[in-house]
Design a protein around this ligand. Structure first.
Ligand code: EPU
Length: 417
């Protein structure tokens, strides 16, 4: 069993380059199979979620080559196959093959998706949207079957601006006959990245990145290409690391407008931030002000950074309140931060943090991806040694996290237990 071991209180200085976005690549790989020829994806992060999706491509008979951050996917000989449980449950985003296979073959068979255990995470908006496009949906045990004579464009309104439903329905509608509109669509930047790939193949999608997306169905899709956008959550995680224990830590290769909510909150806390082209230079201030944070859909404060920013709130003098509005169960990190000395009380989806409390190293567990990143941040600023178990959650989403942090002065390593 692998464990991350961190000796805390080492100042971070130097440069961390941000990788391609996990939540883009996990949708871009399924989107690529819509092409009749294939696609080239650039700036692909080397994370375990990428590898899990490549395993699914192989089952579908796609030839692929992944080298030097570029994946080339050849779909010319692909076949529609059942996506079995062992592959589907490795990650949430396996569900994008539902929309993509349904669009391509009018038929898809796929087991329930997996992903972090942070709430019930139903997919009713996806299912209702597929039905509106003309698909029949059958549930057999843990498997979904989707079938249609042909898909037809439709007007779809989402009760909640779900990232997953927006992307999945965009994929399903790309080849449907006529026009589809998705209203109250999610506006996360990863959605525009997926539309960029599809449009490069010849799809006719407009409005991706706004709350109203229009898709005119097309018959054929040629070779596509796209560059994966920088990961805004990875960017935010390292900027928070710099705010905790950085001295001119440079986080480079970011898109500033995608992390504005975080930068604004850090500014309110009194963190020293300089902006330089596509980089942020961040240092630990003398003291932090307590603030309130409420998670919202983009461009609001991202739920994926709510756990990481909690560590910073433990270092702020006074009472901070963090309200999570997207998921019911995103507080898995709290018992471990408490074990490290944090004063946090949780009431339903709201955490109240009393600071400033020094943190001390402890043996902890990464209960999900962002909880794991949070414990890494806590370990960096804690006195003594922190040992993190179940680190495979972290490796699902942070490319070369150990090397990146070592390069800027952290004492962090992976040990085999
Ligand atoms: N929801 C429903 N029904 C649906 C779909 C969603 O009730 O059919 C609810 C969910 O249960 C949740 C809320 O709507 O309470 C938001 O869900 P959304 O569909 O937007 O999230 P997602 O697509 O499952 C993606 C990211 C998450 C990120 C959220 C919000 C991927 C693979 N995952 O999840 O990323 O938190 O959007 O931005 O893109 C992470 O990276 O750690 C992570 C969990």
């Amino acid at each position: 069993m692998k464990q991350l071991v961190i000796k805390g209180k080492k100042e971070l200085n130097g440069e961390i380059k941000i990788s391609g976005a996990k939540n883009s690549i996990v949708a871009l790989i399924p989107a690529a199979i819509l092409s009749d020829e294939g696609a080239t994806l650039y700036n692909v992060p080397n994370i375990s979620d990428t590898k899990s999706l490549i395993d699914i491509l192989e089952v579908l008979g796609c030839k692929q080559e992944y080298r030097d951050e570029v994946i080339t996917i050849d779909t010319s000989n692909m076949k529609n196959k059942v996506i079995e449980e062992n592959l589907a449950k490795k990650l949430r985003a396996s569900y994008y093959f539902m929309g993509a296979l349904l669009a391509k073959y009018n038929y898809a068979e796929i087991y329930f998706p997996g992903g972090c255990n942070i709430g019930t995470r139903p997919i009713n908006f996806h299912i209702n949207g597929f039905k509106k496009l003309g698909a029949e949906v059958i549930i057999e045990g843990n498997k979904y079957i989707f079938k249609a004579d042909k898909l037809k464009g439709a007007s779809i309104y989402l009760d909640f601006a779900s990232v997953g439903a927006t992307i999945n329905l965009m994929l399903a509608a790309v080849k449907a006959e006529g026009k589809t509109t998705i209203s109250n669509a999610a506006k996360e930047p990863e959605i525009a990245n997926v539309a960029e790939l599809l449009n490069s193949m010849g799809a006719k999608i407009s409005g991706a990145g706004t709350s109203e997306i229009t898709i005119e169905g097309v018959k054929h899709l040629k070779w596509g290409k796209v560059t994966v956008i920088p990961d805004r959550i990875e960017s935010g995680t390292y900027i928070i690391a710099g705010a905790l224990i950085g001295k001119n830590l440079k986080v480079s290769g970011i898109i500033e407008e995608n992390i504005e909510a975080l930068l604004s909150k850090l500014n309110d806390m009194g963190v020293d931030i300089k902006k330089e082209n596509d980089s942020i230079i961040v240092s630990k201030p003398k003291e932090y002000k307590a603030i309130n944070v409420k998670t919202l859909v983009f461009p609001g404060f991202p739920t994926d950074l709510a756990q990481p920013i909690t560590v910073l709130l433990t270092q702020a003098k006074g009472t901070s309140i963090l309200e999570e509005t997207i998921y019911e169960n995103r507080m898995g990190h709290v018992p471990y931060l408490q074990k490290m000395g944090a004063k946090i009380t949780v009431n339903d989806r709201t955490a109240t943090i009393e600071g400033a409390t020094p943190l001390k190293g402890a043996e902890v567990v990464a209960t999900d991806l962002r909880a794991g990143a949070t414990l890494v941040l806590a370990g960096l600023v804690a006195d003594g040694t922190t040992k993190i178990n179940e680190i495979e959650h972290i490796l699902r989403g942070y490319e070369y996290i150990v090397e990146k942090l070592q390069n800027v002065g952290a004492d962090i390593r992976v040990v085999e237990e």
